[in-house]
Design a protein around this ligand. Structure first.
Ligand code: URA
Ligand code: CA
Length: 434
């Protein structure tokens, strides 16, 4: 088989066979195929696309390019959740204990954040003592014993994705539905989930700014998951503004605690209940979404969910007293308000820019090796649709510097106040299943 012929075939819009796709993925991973030929094929895929069968084949080849986590020693159906990335998205912190409280085993492999979207591990490490450096055996034991555990990415998972992503990054081929969908799904599948719930974000703060693009990506991932035997569904949710109020690691843990006690922000609570219900149903722990949602709501209100969170924190060395006393979390030295420059209704809180402002305060990593400040961030006091009077605080900045003028300037530029009344954006746009 020759790489030249594979490139030519895709260039001309033909379907690649499974042998050709495997030849390409294996050759990229072991270095037999030079970067220029791999890049040429990526560009051909960018323009010619792949049909569903090719996408599933590409995903499977990427999964098989490295280690796969075997979770078969955990009893029950392991359901994973993946979000395509948002600002202030605290859902994983809430969903892990919440669905565990309904009997669903949660075996979560997570990453650190890069850029303006915080990683779940960074957030959890804001809890004093909490650590994710556990072996896979300990991880599996914990899930069997207490239903939930989080481990840092270990092993040589999907090396083909690392290679292809690094080529896409420098050849303007990141933004391709078959390539994004196979990249994301290969990592989920290699980390061992039996079933997958996807939260595909759309809006100004999302990778897919337009609903049509988000839908196409969701459909592509749902199709891949189901074709390779993992029950997969997706919700398309709003990321035109940050989710909840808090953006920043310790601040988001505080918000997660509130939510697990049944007193969190409406949007964050509602999204967690919707995603969580889907997970409970896929895990066969409820017959209907309504039944699942009722159980999860009861667990938030009865204290069962927050108790599960405490057990989960303790099991990985964390101080569970933070649940009763969130002041034990790292706190910034200074706070600053951002007064509204005029009265009206908030019509835009651009999530991207809020994330970047939080990163400027030190909450996110500019590069892979930067240190982050777990205590800093932003807490919104208003969301889109809320009325505001001149001088009233739009948000509170938590910082460890005495002046934050550059951050304030960035924030002012990202918030729009309208003279007209403004409708709140919908939280969930669509539900995509097989
Ligand atoms: N996230 C991924 O993991 N892969 C992509 O290709 C794009 C976003
Ligand atoms: Ca939040």
């Amino acid at each position: 088989m020759r790489m030249y012929d594979i490139i030519e075939k895709k260039r001309d819009g033909e379907k690649l066979s499974s042998e050709e796709i495997r030849f390409f993925v294996d050759g990229c991973t072991n270095g037999d195929i030079p970067d220029y030929q791999a890049s040429a094929l990526l560009m051909a895929v960018y323009f010619q696309d792949m049909i569903e069968e090719e996408r599933a084949e590409l995903t499977t080849a990427m999964v098989e390019s490295g280690d796969q986590i075997d979770l078969s020693a955990i009893s029950g159906i392991k359901v994973d959740k993946h979000s395509t990335g948002g600002v202030g998205d605290t859902t994983t912190l809430i969903l892990a204990p919440l669905v565990a409280s309904a009997g669903v085993p949660v075996a979560k492999m997570s990453g650190r954040g890069l850029g303006h979207t915080g990683g779940t591990i960074d957030k959890l490490e804001a809890v004093p003592g909490f650590h994710v450096e556990i072996s896979i055996d300990e991880f599996i034991n914990l899930v069997n014993r207490i239903k939930a555990a989080v481990v840092g990415q270990t092993g040589n998972l999907t090396p083909a994705d690392k290679k292809l992503y690094s080529l896409r990054d420098v050849t303007a081929t990141v933004n391709s539905i078959p390539l994004i969908a196979s990249s994301i799904m290969s990592k989920k599948i290699a980390s061992g989930a039996d079933a997958i719930v996807l939260d595909v974000k759309t809006g100004a703060g999302a990778f897919m700014k337009e609903l049509d693009d988000a839908r196409e990506l969701a459909q592509a991932m749902v199709s891949i998951g189901n074709r390779v035997g993992r029950n997969t569904m997706a919700l398309i949710s709003d990321m035109s503004q940050p989710l909840g109020y808090a953006v920043g690691n310790a601040l988001e843990v505080r918000e997660a605690i509130d939510t697990l006690q049944g007193k969190g922000p409406n949007d964050l609570t509602e999204l967690c209940l919707e995603l969580g219900s889907q997970m409970v149903v896929l895990a066969n722990k409820a017959d209907t979404l309504d039944e699942a949602k009722k159980q999860l709501t009861d667990n938030l209100n009865s204290g069962k969910a927050i108790e599960q969170f405490k057990v989960f924190l303790e099991a990985q060395g964390g101080d569970s007293d933070v649940a009763d006393n969130p002041d034990l979390l790292p706190q910034a030295s200074y706070t600053f308000e951002l007064p509204a420059e005029k009265s009206g209704a908030v019509s835009e809180i651009e999530a991207d820019a809020i994330g970047t402002a939080a990163m400027m305060l030190g909450a996110g990593r500019a590069t892979k090796n930067s240190d982050i400040d777990l205590s800093v961030g932003i807490v919104l006091n208003k969301k889109i649709g809320d009325a505001v009077s001149q001088g009233e605080s739009l948000l509170t900045i938590h910082a460890n510097t005495k002046t934050v003028d550059d951050v304030k300037e960035k924030l002012y530029a990202s918030i729009v106040i309208s003279d007209e009344t403004v409708e709140k954006p919908p939280l969930i746009y669509e539900n995509i299943s097989r």
